[in-house]
Design a protein around this ligand. Sequence first.
Ligand SMILES: [Ca+2]
Ligand SMILES: [Ca+2]
Ligand SMILES: [Ca+2]
Length: 107
Amino acid sequence: MSFAEQMYSKIDVDGDGSISKKEWADFFRAFDKDGNNQIDLNEFSTGMATAFGANGDQAKKAFDKIDTDKSGELTVDEIADFFKVLDKDGSGDVSKAEFLAVWGTVF
Ligand SMILES: [Ca+2]
Ligand SMILES: [Ca+2]
Ligand SMILES: [Ca+2]
């Protein structure tokens, strides 16, 4: 299984084969340890290591992908907005193919 596939199966918490908006948002919101509604690179790296066993390089690549305004922090809104990037057909769920279309090129 590729790293992107591992991410997919973990974020799909209920295991129904698709990632809902709530699964996506809740998963990454849990990374915000200090609760300031922003996830900095430290929080993100720790979360990625705990959730996926990601190394620093993998965490940084994922962070940069989601940090679309390049502010160096991920806001809760930014993470929610990234769901729209993933959900290419606008069905409200992210299929494995949609997920891998974005993340398969990163890892
Ligand atoms: Ca699901
Ligand atoms: Ca934070
Ligand atoms: Ca979709």
